[in-house]
Design a protein around this ligand. Structure first.
Ligand code: ATP
Length: 640
């Protein structure tokens, strides 16, 4: 059986971030570290198909009224824009008549000026209304996407890079906004006006109307040739965009490594390659498709080449009045120019389709399954794994190969074993960050899949080894765990976590900014802050990635005190990296290659588990070694 695969704790953090609250600021995250799970929003927005033109319709639906007003104003504005051409044509014939009808010319001039003014008013209303609709759609999507990312299983992220997701969330949504605000009114007018103009011209003289569009078939043939491979080219372009996005993110994430190795953006692997490939694509595209577009535009703009001789000939034969000839010479070219706008509008619709499809694939992804109809209530907060199997990749090696153990309620259970034994994987299956491929993970006798996700996550606090702090104040970072916590509760949690003193010593205390552009905390301080967050959440189950491995002695002592406080009265599952800290655990589960090698107390395991005995001997030997190193006198000076 295949389990859900992959990646980092990105989604965990998003899940934590929105935790039933507006997603306004804590949504863009990088690799994750601390997660105190909060109940997620219970109302799920149903996923809809946003692909193709239909998808655009769905996006516009919520703003139907505004969009209709905008489209109508745009059509009116474009139609008003044609009136001056009519007026000029009529003025020309009025001037050349004997005697000239100067009164008519003046009236027509007034009508033309009035039409131009009315056109700008209608266009301004159309644009303003379209912008409001576009911003509303953008706002809605920017909230729905991160919310959705918090609801999908982590396996969702296995097949998508963070660059791709960033692109959907930012670029694709921007593109939809830009389409609605700028191109949609144009598209509506571009579709309506050529039709109206064509009908008007046919009513005046069908022969000249045909002459007006005589160049269109040649123009569209040129366009069809230019568009031959455009789908493949577009696909390649979007792939290049994803690659560049990913590389830029990688570049920023690994900037310290890049600097220490003296790399630059130009020499940093795929970043420079993807940018150069993008340039090459553009040159190639312009060479192969650009010419076709040029010919298309030129042909559409050259209808006078047909109109002049045909019109002149008909006029000389006496079957076309001078007034109608002038009208066609002025309005005929407008017909094809507005067709050109229609083509551009169609191109814009197509461009949004790609992005819409990407957004649809996110919004349409299945949420974490909840396969049982009725929620059951766990008897207590004990955790049990029964013959649990799990693999990250289809066909890959099993990370857990039939793991069975129990972490009784209110006790401390430690997971130990060599690197890659499956300890972290076990910790990830409890809050359903991944789903097992076989077996059952249960809490209080209830399969975790039978618990609504909100209820499950409300029971669990996780402290990862690496701590992630969001850009925000200390207080905001703490309140993630419990948004309605009082000042007293905050201070109490921080005191218990041995964090209160250092927080108060920060320039603005609890209001000091943290994160990328805020104050820098030491590893130990971050740890204690994350413990305070977990304390604030006050969840009965605690999953702890033992966190003191890299702390200095003073910090380690403080962290141990804070942890002792945190563990009190809870069911604790601790991933132990150093055996000395877990020798007193109620139960120790020894893992090797995804299998349980032994379980029991420290004393029992020393007696009967060979792997544990070997690990313990290794551990005590390393202590002796460091002690020896310290007592064996000063280090001899190295001769220079
Ligand atoms: N996101 C992932 N994608 C694919 N494979 C993974 C992933 N995370 C872990 N693995 C693999 O699963 C196996 C178990 O890893 P796990 O992290 O659970 O081990 P661990 O005992 O916690 O190791 P350590 O003590 O080094 O953290 C390893 O073979 C590891 O390479």
């Amino acid at each position: 059986m295949v389990s859900h695969p992959n990646p980092d704790a990105w989604a965990t953090l998003i899940r934590v971030a929105h935790g039933g609250r507006p997603v306004s600021r804590y949504t863009t995250t990088s690799a994750g570290q601390v997660a105190e799970f909060s109940p997620s929003e219970s109302a799920r927005t149903p996923a809809e198909d946003l692909r193709g033109l239909r998808g655009l319709g769905v996006l516009l639906r919520s703003q139907r009224a505004l969009v209709s007003v905008s489209a109508a104003c745009s059509v009116v504005a474009t139609a008003l824009g044609l009136i001056p051409f009519f007026c000029v044509a009529k003025m020309a014939t009025a001037i050349y008549e004997e005697p000239p009808r100067l009164g008519d010319v003046r009236d027509l001039a007034f009508v033309a000026v009035g039409a131009v003014a009315a056109r700008y008013v209608a266009a301004a209303i159309s644009s303003m209304v379209a912008h409001v609709a576009a911003f509303r759609v953008m706002h809605d999507l920017r909230l729905r996407i991160p919310r959705k990312l918090g609801d999908v299983p982590l396996s969702f992220f296995a097949t998508r890079t963070s660059g791709e997701l960033k692109r959907a969330m930012m670029d694709d949504v921007n593109q939809i906004e830009s389409f609605l605000a700028h191109h949609f009114p144009d598209a509506a007018a571009a579709a309506a006006v050529p039709l109206a103009t064509a009908l008007a011209l046919v009513a005046v003289d069908w022969r000249m109307a045909l002459a007006s569009i005589a160049m269109a078939p040649f123009a569209f043939l040129a366009m069809a040739i230019a568009m031959r491979d455009v789908d493949a080219a577009n696909k390649k372009w979007f792939e290049l965009q994803d690659r560049t996005n990913n590389s830029v993110l990688e570049y920023f994430r690994g900037i310290h490594v890049i600097k220490t190795f003296g790399l630059t953006a130009k020499t940093f692997g795929d970043l420079s390659r993807s940018i150069e490939d993008g340039l090459a694509w553009m040159v190639d595209f312009m060479r192969t498709n650009g010419r076709g577009y040029g010919v298309f535009g030129a042909l559409l703009g050259s209808s006078l080449v047909v109109l002049m001789p045909v019109g002149g000939w008909l006029h000389l034969r006496g079957s076309l009045s001078l007034g109608d000839l002038v009208l066609f010479l002025i309005l005929g070219p407008q017909l094809l120019t507005s067709l050109l706008r229609l083509v551009f509008a169609w191109g814009n619709v197509q461009r949004t389709e790609e992005g819409n499809a990407r957004i649809a694939s996110i919004l349409g992804a299945p949420d974490l399954a909840w396969p049982f109809r009725e929620a059951r209530t766990p008897a207590d907060n004990g955790i049990a794994f029964h013959d649990v199997r799990f693999r990250y990749d289809d066909g890959g090696q099993e990370a857990l190969a039939g793991v069975t153990f129990e972490a009784r309620a209110g006790t401390v259970t430690a997971l130990v074993g060599p690197s890659g034994a499956g300890k972290t994987t076990i910790a990830r299956l409890v809050p359903r960050l991944w789903e097992p491929g076989g077996g059952i993970v249960s809490i209080g006798g209830v399969d975790v899949r039978e618990l609504p996700l909100d209820a499950l996550l409300a029971r669990i606090a996780v402290v990862f080894q690496e701590v992630f702090l969001f850009h925000g104040t200390v207080r905001e970072n703490l309140l993630l765990a419990k948004p309605d916590a009082t000042e007293e509760e905050l201070a109490r949690a921080c005191r218990a976590a041995r964090a209160d003193a250092f927080i108060r010593a920060l320039p603005k205390g609890y209001d000091t900014l943290l994160g990328e552009r805020g104050a820098r905390l030491s590893g130990g301080e971050k740890q204690r802050l994350s413990i305070a967050r977990a304390l604030l959440k006050d969840a009965p189950i605690l999953i702890l990635d033992e966190a003191t491995a890299f702390a200095d002695a003073e910090n380690e002592a403080l962290i141990q005190e804070a942890l002792a406080e945190l563990c009190r009265g809870r069911t604790v599952l601790v991933i132990a990296h150093r055996l000395s800290t877990i020798a007193t655990a109620d139960r120790i589960v020894v893992l090797r290659s995804g299998r349980v090698e032994g379980q029991g107390t420290h004393g029992e395991l020393l007696e009967r588990c060979e792997l544990y005995r070997a690990m313990w001997e290794g551990h005590t030997a390393s202590l002796d070694w460091s002690l020896d190193a310290r007592v064996s006198g000063p280090v001899p000076e190295v001769a220079s």
